[in-house]
Design a protein around this ligand. Structure first.
Ligand code: PEP
Ligand code: MN
Length: 339
């Protein structure tokens, strides 16, 4: 429920109502604004009826939050949320590009790729150390050794780093090495993992499951935010459809939808979204044009030799060209790309 207070209500008045909401076992939200303060009450809304807030002298209006997700809804938080990956803000005016290999393979591969993406103007570095692969026979990642290499590559280039965490028990292992933790498509509804990530402070890049609706994605984000971590970045990475020409179908409808319904930043992964190197740049531009806050792109120093996702990884020179070509699209969408 959203409770809009009258302009004359003071902080003390708001605190009194918050205490009453808490007393009912509901989760209160306090959102001071320039003109008036807005409060939220999350939980079983029938319980709130007992407070008769509609007749409270300092309450202007009460409106129910009609969406199944609450804390991630724009209804309750009209301004965009900006999430910092290290020193890189995501969700504000600057358009953010996160780039790097699918997986950390060797120190040489990771550092060479990191230097190349930095040179091209990327803002953050990616690299998987724990890889959730569709086949148990595929390369599963270097684990903690990979995390150490990734961190070193981040330090060498000054780039903030993101990497995937595949299970709840691994969160304390991965957290110290990364500026943001990625939840992969195969784990979007691993609710124990989401809850665990809700208890940590690091930002979470939550990728849409390949068979998940956008509402499922927002509800998955709600698990993290409701548990106490407001730093969630949503990522559209393509879904399974009847189309087999590409690895996935990149659902760009999701971008304006998510931006309208939620205050969380939204980025796009055209690498997994298409699965085909040649289609990454056009879809990256399309994502920028339709209002995404940033991109997650796979780049490999030598894609032919990549241990995972080589066919969709850009060569460094292709990535460098893309960074230049993206600029007019980013500008047209009212954003800024600094390289
Ligand atoms: C990845 O980013 O390398 C990855 C495994 O992505 P997804 O979870 O979207 O398949
Ligand atoms: Mn990959």
């Amino acid at each position: 429920m959203i409770i809009i207070l009258k302009p004359i209500a003071t902080k003390k008045d708001a605190d009194e109502i918050i205490a009453q909401i808490e007393g009912l076992g509901l989760k209160p939200l306090y959102m001071p604004g320039v003109e008036r303060t807005v409060l939220g009450a999350i939980g079983d809304e029938r319980v709130l009826a007992g407070l008769h807030l509609e007749s409270h002298p300092l309450v202007e209006r009460i409106t129910p939050i009609l969406t199944p997700y609450k804390m991630v809804s724009r209804d309750i938080h009209p301004e965009n949320t900006v999430v910092d990956i290290g020193n890189v803000p995501v969700g504000g005016k600057p358009f953010v590009v996160i780039a790097g290999p699918c997986a950390v393979e060797t120190r040489e591969q990771m550092i060479a790729t990191a230097l190349a993406v930095k040179e091209a103007g990327a803002h953050c570095l990616r690299g998987g150390a724990f890889k959730p692969r569709s086949s148990p026979y595929s390369f599963q990642g270097l684990g903690v050794k990979g995390l150490r290499i990734l961190k070193e590559a981040g330090q060498k280039t000054g780039l903030s780093v993101t990497t995937e965490v595949v299970e709840a028990g691994d969160v304390p292992i991965v957290e110290p090495y990364a500026d943001a933790l990625q939840v992969g498509a195969r784990n979007m509804q691993n609710f124990r993992l989401l809850t665990k990530l809700g208890q940590c402070r690091k930002p979470v890049i939550l990728k849409r499951g390949m068979a998940a609706t956008v509402e499922d994605l927002l509800l998955a984000a709600e698990y993290i935010v409701a548990e106490g971590n407001p730093n969630v970045i949503l990522c559209e990475r393509g879904i399974r459809t009847f189309e087999t020409a590409t690895r996935n179908t990149l659902d760009l409808n999701a971008i304006p939808f998510l931006k309208q319904k939620s205050h969380l930043p939204v980025i796009v992964d055209p690498s997994h979204g298409t699965g085909i190197r040649d289609y990454v740049a056009p879809m990256a531009k399309a994502a920028a044009a339709c209002g995404a806050d940033g991109l997650l792109i796979e780049v490999h120093i030598n894609p032919k030799e990549a241990l995972s996702d080589g066919q969709q990884s850009l060569y460094p020179e292709q990535f460098s060209r893309l960074m230049k070509e993206l600029k007019p699209f980013v500008k047209a969408a009212g954003r800024e790309l600094t390289t």
